[in-house]
Ligand binder design. Structure first.
Ligand code: FHN
Length: 579
């Protein structure tokens, strides 16, 4: 019997299709987006604060790094044939989306195509895609649908560089070879056509997370054009700063005044405190982006510390997992994610929908705020019984220890003093909720660090870039993070030494490395009876390294760089006495 559709449903159906058409035709004036429109477009993401990054592909069969192991640990022919045996029959998109939700993550970014050129969706522009594997299912489609089902915003990572595609000029290993007959214009068309597929056929894409922006063939002009193309396809989409070429390496910041997409992308480090431009740190839960057997897994404490310090700095955290070749996620990674989720379930109100500050994040403390409330996250206690903070230009109405127990707060114009008995201090994060009489949102950033003891002091170094004064050691102690001490190309070790003038007591260090990642092994030393005594040993400095340590009294201090991949260079070397 012919099923009659009640008139009511017909009206809804027409309205829905009209709305779909309108959405598709809604024009946006990208060139003249107002600050208010920009903020409104990014609001869901800035409120979300926490997302899941997923690096996956046939390379997981080898357990080596996606893209980078092609032509290095894995011969190119072998790497490019892995898809012929890629059959992740345990892949369950609903499980991945539910895991993200249960971890407290609000969005998920999947590598649709990494530098190795393999496509995780049913694309008609290359056969090198998931449909031509034994698995033969559209992973992007299934994950997009599952994310919608679990209320997770689905987003895509897409590599601009493509070491597989014959038209992209550079190839493996690592972009260090040249293709015989490249054609960048033709490649750009391929790139744009594939993005059009992804942005037209899989529903709303929350973020386009570009990458592979650093190689010569890509230009700022192409990046600006690509940004506009993507926004025309999905006007409300958010695009990171790796669409152009303005990103400052792994620090992920964008040169002021340069086109930098919608937000900054510090990588494998906690971004610096930055409230005037949105940012998101992308960090692996292990060491490698793609799955690696027995990779080192971050502890719960380090994971929460990272989330809190990103949020405290007014940024997001995109925490990466690498699924296995059968489509499962490692049990130990699932366990860690669910432990993080338990923490977020208890304290998520200090993360979601908050903004960073007013106290500037350090290794010991972070703060977030919303309305008339400031959340103080104490990550590391000093020796003192109290925590003394710079004065708050707002009256504290009441204080509460969210992590349980009792505390007291004492506020005078000169400072805010918090007392939490040792037994109530949380091993991971002691959270204090301060309710103010007035809004917390307009309070200017407050530094909990006193003036650095090194600012303006005499400095010397083992090597200076071409002997140029502007790159001399004084640039690392001038209190200006835009100047730097630099060394010559090819230098792999050396030292920066500061004379404080007289013996000084200090218990906290902050070091900002330019071109983060170059320094791979360093020590901090002080001079005592003409001997250099090591008081700290570290591996990476990264965008900003800071730590406290038991108090030392000395006049001469040295940053000894034992190993660097290229000429080490330091923006600032700061010492403090935080007591
Ligand atoms: O080379 C990639 C790397 O494999 C990974 O995808 C990270 C994630 O941000 N991005 C590039 C390195 O900066």
């Amino acid at each position: 019997m012919k099923q009659k559709i009640p008139i009511f449903f017909l009206i809804v159906l027409v309205a829905f299709s009209e709305c779909k058409t309108m959405q598709a035709e809604r024009k946006v004036d990208i060139e003249n987006e107002t600050p208010q429109q920009y903020e409104a477009r990014l609001k869901w993401w800035q409120d979300a604060r926490f997302g899941m990054f997923v690096h996956w592909g046939p390379v997981s069969i080898k357990g080596t790094e996606i893209g980078w192991s092609r032509g290095s640990q894995v011969p190119i022919d072998e790497y490019d044939s892995l898809y012929l045996s890629f059959n992740p029959t345990n892949f369950n998109a609903n499980f991945w989306a539910k895991l993200a939700r249960d971890t407290g993550m609000k969005y998920l970014v999947l590598t649709s195509k990494h530098h190795d050129g393999f496509c995780l969706w049913n694309t008609k522009y290359t056969d090198y895609n998931i449909m031509n594997t034994p698995f033969g299912r559209d992973v992007v489609k299934e994950l997009a649908q599952a994310c919608k089902r679990y209320g997770i915003v689905f987003c895509l990572y897409h590599s601009i560089c493509d070491w597989y595609h014959p038209d992209y000029p550079l190839g493996s290993p690592g972009g260090k070879t040249e293709k015989p007959n490249p054609n960048m214009d033709r490649y750009n068309t391929y790139l744009t056509n594939q993005l059009a597929e992804l942005l037209s056929n899989y529903g709303r894409i929350g973020i386009l997370w570009f990458d592979g922006d650093w190689e010569k063939p890509w230009t700022q002009e192409r990046g600006i054009e690509l940004y506009k193309t993507v926004r025309r396809l999905q006007p409300d989409i958010i695009i990171n700063n790796r669409v152009g070429v303005g990103r400052q390496g792994m620090a992920g910041t964008t040169d002021v005044g340069k086109f930098g997409g919608d937000y900054d992308t510090p990588e494998q480090r906690i971004g610096k405190f930055q409230i005037d431009r949105p940012w998101e740190s992308c960090i692996t839960i292990c060491q490698q982006w793609a799955w690696k057997p027995n990779d080192k897994l971050k502890s719960l404490k380090e994971s929460i510390n990272t989330l809190v310090r990103c949020t405290g700095g007014d940024g997001n955290l995109l925490l990466n997992i690498g699924p296995m070749p059968d489509g499962n996620i490692e049990d130990r990674q699932i366990e860690r994610l669910l432990e993080i989720g338990d923490w977020v379930k208890k304290y998520g109100k200090t993360i979601y929908g908050t903004r960073g500050g007013p106290y500037i994040t350090t290794a010991d403390i972070a703060s977030t705020r919303s309305g008339k409330t400031v959340y103080i996250h104490i990550l590391k206690w000093g020796d003192s019984e109290y925590l003394k903070l710079p004065p708050l230009p707002a009256t504290i109405k009441k204080a509460k220890l969210l992590t349980g127990g009792r505390m007291s707060v004492y506020q005078i114009p000169e400072y805010v003093q918090l007392f939490v008995p040792e037994i109530f201090r949380d091993e991971i994060d002691t959270i204090i909720e301060l309710e103010l009489k007035t809004s917390a949102m307009e309070i200017p950033p407050l530094s909990t660090l006193p003036k650095s003891l090194t600012t303006g002091k005499k400095a010397e170094a083992s090597n200076v870039y071409r002997g140029m004064n502007e790159f001399g050691p004084a640039s690392a102690v001038d209190g200006d993070s835009s100047t730097r001490w630099a060394t010559d190309h090819g230098v792999t070790n050396g030292y920066l030494q500061i004379d404080l003038g007289t013996p000084q007591k200090f218990n906290y260090v902050a070091i900002e490395e330019a071109y983060p990642g170059r320094i791979t092994n360093f020590e901090l030393k002080y001079l005592k009876n003409n001997n250099w005594i090591t008081f700290y040993k570290g591996k990476h400095i990264g965008g900003r390294f800071e730590t406290s340590f038991p108090p030392i009294k000395a006049q001469h201090i040295r940053l000894e760089i034992l190993n660097a991949t290229e000429g080490p260079t330091i923006y600032e070397f700061q010492l403090y006495n935080k007591d």
